[in-house]
Design a protein around this ligand. Sequence first.
Ligand SMILES: [Cu+2]
Length: 142
Amino acid sequence: MRRLNLKQIISLVFVALIASCGSKKESERQPERVIALQDDVVASLDWVSVLRAGEYLAARLVFKNSRGMPLTQVELQDFDPQMPSMGHGTDTSSQAYVTVAGENGQIEVRGIYFIMGGDWVVGVTAKIDGQSRKFSFDVKVP
Ligand SMILES: [Cu+2]
């Protein structure tokens, strides 16, 4: 086996460090999935970002029919986090809805902002196959 020079050893250690940082981040991340049902449509909400207050977060929504098939004719109309226990919502003006390419109707909501931790209810309105439907997700923000 060929001997490694110092430069190669240093770069290997560096790569190993980067890799361990990455995996640590992954294990710290606690992706949460919430599922809401409305008639024959199952909506699920997956957090892309670590769920926390005071930062802009992203989450993905997917809508499926009763047979588990993703629905692709979806137009997201509203993503409204409310805190019922305190009677307030949060600023939604930074939100953007992006259809995720090649992911069967997944919609990414960016710029979600929780002004504080606690129990939130996210109301989602979406037009699916031409019909407007409302879902609600219970979200606990640490
Ligand atoms: Cu509050």
